[in-house]
Design a protein around this ligand. Structure first.
Ligand code: ATP
Ligand code: MG
Length: 366
């Protein structure tokens, strides 16, 4: 291995259920890919989610948040489980995750939906539509209708009960998510589609205006705009037309779930949440899968690919990221599959063995 020239500190939050199993694999993969590219990591494992609740009584201990804030990037497994499902809101594992996102001020959520050639059959779409799909949804995560005020319950002029929320975006909020999206498109294939409802909503008209203004900083990126209803349709009709999509919090919530489901493999999908500066948060999109926890059945590749996103989008270490992505493809090419992506003619392996195969492929790359 090369002499380490760069050092990064990584906070690992294994969490609950299959979290510890997939984090253990991703940690080893990061360590090896880093060492081959002259990067040395120091890892700090901290409690989070249900396991933190059991240990110290809160889902996000202060020490965990401060360790995360002081590190260069945070890699999270998964949190939650039946055990804590009936807890009060402030004692739910999921509340810890919201607190972590808030604490790290990560306003940009990146969710790729890629149909790998080896897993085309897993897609819910017809083969010819699914083949080659590689979409990245950039979702604004800390603004919009989920946070806008006024909100609440009340009565209208005629005394009828109502519920209401407000979609608000300030200039700085649209500008910063637009810049993340343009930068993301630049790291990918140079195309950005901004999704809004500017034919009806003022907040969307403003969104579109600001995205167009920021586009002047990125003359090399091809920008288009699409209404959200059409985008929802186009994603299943012809997803290959998209490279990078940027959209607000609520539309992104819906479209990123839609995009991930067309790949049909929840055990394969990573995510990144980024702030203006400071550490990003990287995690698989799947949950803690308590039904298979502790049985060495989990697919670790979503977390391994989250580690690749950590390198690419969190640390700017694109070569080490590519090494991991290539190793995942090679491992699939060799036919190794966990249960969630298994099909006839492939080799069924557990979480640990899948991890060992990825390590071999990381190591064997020139
Ligand atoms: P959450 O609310 O935490 O998102 P969920 O109930 O929505 O959880 P997941 O925990 O994501 O769902 O899992 C749904 C099912 O998909 C699991 O029960 C499991 O069988 C399967 N699954 C999820 N992740 C994986 C994985 N990495 N490997 C294999 N199977 C998985
Ligand atoms: Mg879920």
């Amino acid at each position: 291995a090369a002499t380490p020239s760069k050092r990064y500190s990584i906070t690992l939050l294994p969490g609950d259920g299959i979290g510890p199993e997939v984090i253990s694999v991703a940690k080893n993969v990061l360590k090896l890919a880093g060492s081959l590219e002259g990067i040395e990591f120091s890892f700090q494992e901290m409690p989070m989610g249900g396991s933190a609740l059991d240990l110290v009584g809160v889902p996000l201990p202060e020490e965990t948040l401060s360790a995360a804030k002081q590190s260069d990037a945070v890699l999270l497994g998964a949190i939650g489980g039946y055990k804590w499902d009936n807890n009060a809101k402030h004692l739910k594992p999921e509340t810890g995750l919201l607190q972590l996102r808030e604490g790290l001020k990560v306003f940009a959520n990146l969710r790729p939906a890629t149909v790998l050639p080896q897993l085309v059959d897993a897609s819910t779409l017809k083969k010819e539509v699914a083949e080659g799909v590689d979409v990245m949804v950039v979702r604004e995560l800390t603004g919009g209708i989920y946070f806008g005020k006024p909100r609440g319950f009340g009565t209208n002029e005629s005394g009828e009960e109502i519920g209401f929320n407000t979609e608000v975006y300030a200039k700085y909020e649209v500008d910063r998510i637009a810049r993340v999206a343009f930068e993301t498109a630049r790291k990918r294939h140079g195309k950005l589609c901004s999704v809004d409802k500017a034919n009806v909503l003022e907040a969307s008209m403003f969104w579109r205006k600001r995205v167009m203004a920021i586009a002047a900083e990125y003359p090399d990126i091809e920008l288009s705009h699409m209404y959200v209803d059409n985008a929802a349709m186009q994603l299943v009709r012809n997803p290959k037309q998209f490279d990078t999509i940027v959209t607000n919090n609520i539309f992104g919530d819906i479209l990123s779930d839609e995009a991930s489901m067309i790949t049909g493999s929840i055990g394969m999908l990573p995510s990144a949440s980024l702030g203006a500066s400071g550490p990003g948060l990287f995690e698989p999109i799947h949950g803690s899968a308590p039904d298979i926890a502790g049985q060495d059945k989990a697919n670790p590749l979503a977390t391994v690919l989250s580690a690749a996103m950590l390198l690419k989008y969190g640390l700017g270490e694109e070569k080490a990221a590519k090494r991991i992505e290539n190793a995942v493809l090679e491992t699939l090419n060799k036919g190794f599959r966990t249960g969630d992506i298994y099909s006839a003619g492939t080799k069924l392996v557990g979480c640990k063995e899948m991890g060992e195969e990825v390590l071999k492929s990381v190591d064997s790359q020139v």
